[in-house]
Write a protein that binds this ligand. Structure first.
Ligand code: SF4
Ligand code: SF4
Length: 285
């Protein structure tokens, strides 16, 4: 069973809930951090026996200064402003999108597009089982391709159960997070934008034929909107498995790098645990 936790956008508390779920699941469940732009599950658990795999991201332009005749054609054609004007232009690798336009206009054949290592996929062992996650190099961006690499490493372990902390939003990274999972837990918040984001991500989940459940985080900051979200879910025949109350201990847990469910007096931790138990009941039916 592969369970992915997602949200229509960042900042809904998805990762806090994901960290609690990861802590509650057994060590036979592989944890997969697909939130590659902001991976932090590895910060919540002690990580040992790390194995690093280089990740090759987009291609980047490289100029052979011996061949370059300084005509500046490449500088003029680059619409990403990734080439700095000079006798022999300089590539700003952080801006280069690897489009190849500069190579096309270079009459001296001085430009090559070369593969760049933009991050690493890391497999580690935690007290809650294996964890697969990514670390991006400064200036690099996460992508669906990187999420797929993180998932491939998790798959290589051949365990049947996985818990995935998905990427936020509805872009290619979240599509790569959802694909080939069985259950999606959509975390939302009781605002109008939260409602609209939730609807969008539920459409995506439906498209990929994944069974959805919903959690409303900080439900008590606007109970009326929470009721509205529940009504929308009811219409779509989607069960709301958790109403998580606002709890100041969540911030403390984030600062201390631990799942909030570890605090015995946390009302949010208790509600997250109840939602986890309910989810376990549902997926066993
Ligand atoms: S187009 Fe080619 S030859 Fe002209 S400045 Fe750029 S790299 Fe040099
Ligand atoms: S590959 Fe594209 S983005 Fe990169 S330097 Fe050349 S023209 Fe600019």
């Amino acid at each position: 069973m592969k369970i992915v936790i997602i949200s229509g956008k960042g900042g809904t508390g998805k990762t806090s809930i994901g960290a609690c779920y990861a802590d509650m699941s057994d060590d036979q469940t592989v944890k997969v951090d697909c939130d590659v732009d902001a991976s932090n599950l590895h910060l919540m658990f002690e990580n040992n026996n790390k194995t690093h795999y280089p990740f090759i991201g987009a291609k980047v332009a490289h100029i052979n200064k011996d061949l370059c005749i300084g005509c500046q054609n490449c500088v003029e054609v680059c619409r990403f402003k990734a080439l700095i004007k000079a006798d022999k232009p300089i590539v700003n690798e952080l801006k280069c999108e690897g489009c190849g336009a500069c190579r096309y206009v270079c009459m001296a054949s001085a430009i090559k597009l070369e593969k760049e290592v933009t991050g690493q996929v890391i497999m580690s062992q935690t007290e809650r089982g294996h964890l697969s996650y990514a670390e991006m190099y400064a200036g690099a961006e996460g992508s669906g391709k990187l999420v797929t690499e993180v998932r491939k490493q998790a798959e290589s372990l051949l365990y049947k159960d996985q818990l995935l902390d998905g990427s936020p939003g509805v872009g290619c990274s979240v599509i790569a997070s959802i694909t080939d999972t069985d259950v999606a837990v959509v975390v939302t918040e009781p605002t109008f934008s939260g409602l609209e984001d939730m609807k969008r991500v539920l459409d995506l989940v439906k498209h990929f034929n994944v069974k959805p459940y919903v959690i409303v985080n900080k439900f008590d900051i606007n109970v009326k909107n929470t009721d509205l979200i529940e009504a929308v879910c009811n219409e779509k025949d989607i069960e709301v498995i958790g109403r998580i109350p606002f709890d100041g201990l969540v911030k403390k847990a984030i600062n201390e790098g631990v799942p909030v469910s570890l605090y015995k007096d946390s009302i949010a931790g208790k509600a997250i645990k109840e939602s986890y138990d309910l989810l376990q009941e549902r997926i066993r039916i």
